[in-house]
Design a protein around this ligand. Structure first.
Ligand code: SAM
Ligand code: SF4
Length: 331
C-alpha cells in the first residue's frame, strides 16, 4: 500500500514518477521526431545530480515507483550512476526503464546490477526494412540481440511496447505477440498520441483503435480481461495457456484519467502534471536558485499538485494543442 503524501485536488494519490533523462535519441521514429530534430542545449537539461535530487524528494514523499525514459535514456552519459543512486533510495519499490533497445546488448548486465527491475523495450516491427523506415535507422538486429541479452538475465519483468500505425505495421500484431510469448515477455500495443506536429505524418490517417487490435488478436488467442491495473492508460488481458499478458494503451478510446497516479519530470526539469496538458512546475528553477534547499524542493512538489488537471483532451481531428514531443516529456 502506498503512503504517498502527494494527493491532488481530485483525491488521486500520486506515487509514480516518470523521469525523462534526455530529449536526445539515437533513433528517429517517424511518429516521434523529425530526422533533423533540434535538441535542448545541455545547460537546459537537468544534471544527473539534479535528477537524483528530484527522485530523492519524491521517494521521501511516498513515491514507490520510478520509470526512467527519454529520448533514449541509455544514451545519456553516466546514466548507470544515476540509476544506482535512485535504485538505492529507501522506500522505492521499483525502478524501471523504457528503452529502444539499442544499448541493451552492451548494458543489460549493468542495468541489472544497478538495480533496474523491469525493462520495457519498444519494438514496432520484426521486419528489417520496415524497422529502418519507422526508426530511420538500420538497427533491428542490434535491438534483437539486446532483447536476447536481457532475456537471459533475471529481471522481474520484460515487456515489449509496440506503437501500431494502420497500414504500416498492423499486419504484424500477431507476429509481435508470438515473438513476445517465445521470449516470455509481456507486450503492450500503443495507440499513437498527438504530441507535437511532425512533417510528412498525418496522424488521423494511421490511427487504429486498440479495440480493433484486441478483436483481431482474440481470433487467435483466448483473451480475458485481467485484474491488473497500473493506474494508467493500460488495460491488460490474460492469454489462455500462457503466463504473459497483452496490454493496450489507448489514450483516445478509453479515458483513464480518474485513476491517474503519476506525474512526469521532463528532461529540462519541468514537473508535468498530465501528458495531455501543459500544466507544469519548473523544478529546475527552484533547484538552481536554492541548490541546497531540499525542504523547499519537497514543498514545491507538494504545492504543484494543485495544478494537476482532472483529465486530458486529445482529439485527432484538431491540430495538436500539445506542442511538446514525446521524446521531451518521456513516453
Ligand atoms: N526511446 C525510448 C523508447 O523508444 O522506448 C523511450 C522514450 S519513447 C518516447 C517511449 C515510448 O513512447 C516508446 O514506446 C515510443 O514508441 C512511444 N511513442 C513515441 N511517440 C509516440 C506517440 N506520438 N504516440 C504514442 N507513443 C509514442
Ligand atoms: Fe527515440 Fe524512443 Fe522517440 Fe523512437 S520513440 S525516436 S526511440 S525517443
Amino acid at each position: 500500500m502506498s503512503d504517498s503524501m502527494l494527493i491532488d485536488p481530485f483525491g488521486r494519490k500520486i506515487d509514480y514518477l516518470r523521469i525523462s533523462v534526455t530529449d536526445r535519441c539515437d533513433f528517429r521514429c517517424t511518429y516521434c521526431m523529425d530526422e533533423d530534430a533540434t535538441f535542448l542545449p545541455r545547460r537546459d537539461i537537468l544534471s544527473l545530480e539534479e535528477i537524483v535530487q528530484v527522485a530523492t524528494s519524491f521517494v521521501a514523499l511516498g513515491t514507490r515507483k520510478i520509470r526512467i525514459t527519454g529520448g533514449e535514456p541509455l544514451v545519456r552519459k553516466d546514466i548507470l550512476w544515476a540509476l544506482e543512486q535512485i535504485a538505492a533510495l529507501p522506500g522505492l519499490e521499483e525502478l524501471t526503464i523504457t528503452t529502444n533497445g539499442s544499448q541493451l546488448e552492451k548494458m543489460g548486465q549493468q542495468l541489472f546490477d544497478a538495480g533496474v527491475s523491469r525493462i520495457n523495450v519498444s519494438l514496432d516491427t520484426l521486419k528489417r526494412e520496415r524497422f529502418e523506415e519507422l526508426t530511420r535507422r538500420d538497427k533491428l538486429d542490434q535491438v534483437l540481440r539486446g532483447i536476447e541479452t536481457v532475456c537471459a538475465l533475471p529481471f522481474k519483468q520484460l515487456k515489449l511496447n509496440a506503437v501500431i500505425l494502420g497500414g504500416h505495421n498492423d499486419d504484424e500484431i500477431e507476429d509481435l505477440v508470438e515473438y513476445a510469448l517465445t521470449h516470455k515477455m509481456d507486450i503492450s500495443f500503443i495507440e499513437e498520441m498527438p504530441l507535437g506536429q511532425i512533417s510528412h505524418h498525418d496522424r488521423a490517417k494511421v490511427y487504429i483503435s486498440s479495440d480493433e487490435l484486441r478483436d483481431r488478436l482474440g481470433k487467435r488467442w483466448q483473451l480475458s480481461a485481467s485484474e491488473r491495473s497500473t493506474g494508467g492508460p493500460s488495460r491488460y488481458f490474460d492469454i489462455a495457456g500462457e503466463s504473459q499478458q497483452i496490454g493496450f494503451i489507448s489514450p483516445h478510446s478509453h479515458n483513464f484519467c480518474s485513476t491517474c497516479n503519476r506525474v512526469r519530470l521532463t528532461a529540462e526539469g519541468r514537473l508535468l502534471m498530465c501528458l495531455g496538458n501543459e500544466h507544469s512546475k519548473d523544478l529546475k528553477a527552484v533547484m538552481r536558485a536554492h541548490p541546497e534547499n531540499v525542504e523547499l524542493l519537497k514543498q514545491t512538489i507538494i504545492d504543484s499538485l494543485v495544478l494537476k488537471p482532472e483529465k486530458h483532451h486529445f482529439n485527432l481531428e484538431e491540430e495538436p494543442q500539445i506542442l511538446r514531443f514525446m521524446s521531451a516529456t518521456g513516453g
